[in-house]
Design a protein around this ligand. Structure first.
Ligand SMILES: [Zn+2]
Length: 294
């Protein structure tokens, strides 16, 4: 191809390929991966609810089936219970929720699971992918981060998983917020206010009965503090799952919200992964259509 033809081809491609959305309806397509069937909810349930309310398409994927996450239940029965809880959680905020059938507590970054992740990103035609960072106390969380990183770029290579059409454009990849310091602390590149959807997010988490009211309190040693009454339980969950905004996240909020930032009470923050497409600040404003005009 000569130079002139190449440049006219590039112009044509720019016209037919929308700047951000892979699909033609103009709506964003976001897919988030967690290790367990309640992980995405706590890190991105708020932004997911906000995207869904604007008609964008969001899918949460749990890479394991959660079959080890309980003090007195386990195996296939627990996996089935948690799949139903996850589906109900997704229904409550208007998103899809899928649970992959890999064992909880035994996840390794194998080629087989990498292929599962590549196919999910392609099938969703994702514009943006969210995942944990590969530094975390839980091996399943760490390897979910590794698996998603390993899928970045591979999603555009047609000879990899040729049974599922490759994406023509690498999505933008972001990590969820965490508090781990080594080898490097989380860097909030983007932060979104979830004040308007905090109640929705708590109601989403409330759907994970086996976790919020049984397993997690049991691990923390406060199972006896969980109220029995559903309304009191929900209120208790809201008090326990609320998170204050850290000073570094507050600074990021100021970048995107300007003068409005200091009034924000709850937020979700994300760090850009270097292995996906690199968005400009202008692209980020389109990918996160929540910020006031600068
Ligand atoms: Zn987890």
């Amino acid at each position: 191809m000569n130079r002139l033809r190449l440049s006219s081809w590039l112009i044509a491609a720019a016209v037919v390929t929308p700047l951000l959305a892979q699909e033609g309806d103009g709506k964003l397509r976001i897919i988030a991966f967690g290790a367990h069937p309640d992980d995405c909810d706590s890190r991105a349930g708020g932004v997911a609810a906000r995207y869904a309310a604007l008609g964008h398409h969001v899918k949460f994927v749990s890479v394991t089936n959660g079959d080890a996450g309980h003090q007195s239940e386990g195996g296939g029965a627990l996996a089935m219970r948690r799949r139903k809880e996850a589906q109900e959680a997704g229904r409550r905020i208007g998103i899809e929720y899928e649970t992959l059938d890999n064992h909880d507590g035994e996840l390794v970054p194998s080629l087989d699971v990498r292929r599962q992740v590549i196919r999910k990103i392609r099938e969703w035609k994702a514009d943006m992918v969210l995942s944990p960072r590969p530094n975390d106390y839980h091996p399943d969380h760490r390897y979910t981060g590794v698996l998603v990183q390993d899928a970045a770029y591979m999603v555009v290579v047609p000879n990899i998983c040729p049974d599922t059409p490759a994406l023509r454009r690498n999505p933008v990849f972001f990590y969820f917020q965490d508090n781990f310091q080594r080898p490097n602390p989380f860097r909030p590149d983007v932060a979104v206010s979830i004040d308007d959807v905090l109640e929705k997010k708590i109601r989403m988490q409330d759907a994970h009965t086996s976790q919020m009211y049984e397993w997690l309190p049991w691990v923390a040693g406060n199972l006896d503090k969980v109220p029995k009454d559903p309304a009191a339980r929900l209120e208790w969950l809201g008090r326990n799952r609320g998170r204050s905004v850290s000073e570094t996240v507050r600074q990021t909020l100021r970048k995107w919200y300007g003068a409005q930032a200091d009034a924000i009470r709850s937020a979700e923050a994300f760090e850009l992964c270097e292995y996906g497409r690199r968005p400009s600040d202008d692209d980020i404003r389109k990918l996160f259509p929540f910020f006031p005009n600068p």
